[in-house]
Write a protein that binds this ligand. Structure first.
Ligand code: PLP
Length: 350
């Protein structure tokens, strides 16, 4: 048959019982209050919307992020808008400009719709090279920036994003993917999606909120852009959401102290693992502000390292063609990162 999609290649089955730090999932489940809200609403699952769940989610998000309710839309994760935005704003005549390496989903959608996809290397300090991105395709309909970037975890400063918004072709759209923003203490791009009508900021509950399998995401954008994104399902897009996810998200978003505690614990686990590798002479891409980092192996490919780690009970992430000697490592719990470090030492000594 045809090749399995990328996400299916790294089979979940192969990793059962292993430390799973390969897919940028959160090591722990939803925040307890969110899980409770989801369980409570199951009994009302016969209704498309038992009461006012969407409005409650949007109100909660609006309060935390300072985005007016009319500029917020919810999705089953961010994969749907990440495909829908290029389908809406790019075409064989209007290209897509992204970084390299970055999250490749948009490359595949771009190829499928016949849009020219231009991949611009990150700067030497692993930011998106916004000047080179603007210069890369004067006909671009869409610029995609992932900050913190997957797989490097590095930030592109909001000033650079603002410059990109101001200097791209006027009718092009800037899509900013903030899937990993909750581990970062730098200013967010949300303001751009409030002040401008040509910027979309995208969030997901799959990462810090621990809801990857429950499916919830958000876009912040002008009502006009959202309307264009919904053209092919007649404006009924929010009907695709399970109420369990909507209720869980609405209950989780306001929990600032728990969100920060979860982020801080994972940052400590990340920095522990990075320090361990660096002590062993392994180069790690500096500046990660996310639940992932990239490590450079000497004399082994990412594929070989993945197999070696799995043989030691740890499922690490894959490589990216731009950096052929590196693997992406997701940050798990402190205990899991200790197991990862032990596994590395075993592999290095073998
Ligand atoms: N954007 C980025 C940068 C990601 O890393 C991912 C998943 O890994 C996604 C979007 C899509 O995830 P989801 O559909 O679960 O929100």
């Amino acid at each position: 048959g045809s090749a399995a999609p990328a996400f299916a290649q790294q089979s979940a089955k192969a990793a059962v019982g292993a430390v799973r730090i390969g897919s940028n999932e959160c090591w722990t489940g939803p925040l307890p209050a969110g899980a409770e809200a989801a369980m409570l609403i199951v009994k009302d699952g016969n209704r498309y919307e038992p009461s006012d769940q969407h409005a409650e989610l949007f109100k909660a998000v609006s309060k935390v992020e300072g985005v007016p309710v009319e500029r917020i839309l919810a999705w089953p994760g961010s994969s749907d808008p990440l495909a829908r935005v290029p389908v809406t704003f790019a075409s064989p005549k209007r290209g897509i400009v992204t970084a390299d390496p970055t999250y490749e989903s948009i490359w595949r959608t771009g190829a499928w719709i016949g849009a020219k996809v231009t991949k611009v290397p990150l700067t030497s300090d692993y930011r998106h090279d916004v000047k080179a991105m603007v210069a890369a395709d004067p006909n671009a309909g869409l610029f995609y920036v992932c900050s913190p970037n997957n797989p490097t975890g590095t930030i592109t400063p909001v000033e650079d994003l603002e410059w990109l918004a101001q200097n791209k072709p006027k009718d092009a759209i800037l899509l900013i993917d903030e899937a990993y923003i909750h581990w970062s203490d730098t200013p967010r791009a949300v303001r751009l999606a409030v002040e401008r009508d040509d910027v979309i900021v995208m969030r997901t509950f799959s990462k810090l909120f621990g809801m990857a399998g429950m499916r919830l995401g958000l876009t912040f954008a002008s009502p006009a852009l959202h309307e264009k994104m919904m053209r092919y399902d007649g404006g009924q897009v929010t009907n695709m959401l399970p109420m369990t996810a909507v209720a869980c998200g609405a209950a989780s978003v306001p929990l600032a102290a728990q969100i920060k505690q979860r982020a801080d614990e994972m940052i400590a686990a990340r920095d522990y693992a990075i320090a361990h590798l660096e002590k062993r002479g392994v180069k790690v891409i500096p500046g990660s502000k996310a639940n992932m980092f990239m490590a450079e192996w000497k004399g082994k490919t990412p594929k070989e390292m993945m197999a070696l780690f799995l043989a030691n009970g740890v499922q690490i992430g894959r490589g990216w063609t731009a950096y052929p000697q590196m693997s992406r490592i997701t940050v798990g719990s402190m205990e899991e990162m200790q197991k990862f470090c032990l596994a590395y030492d075993k592999i290095a000594m073998a």
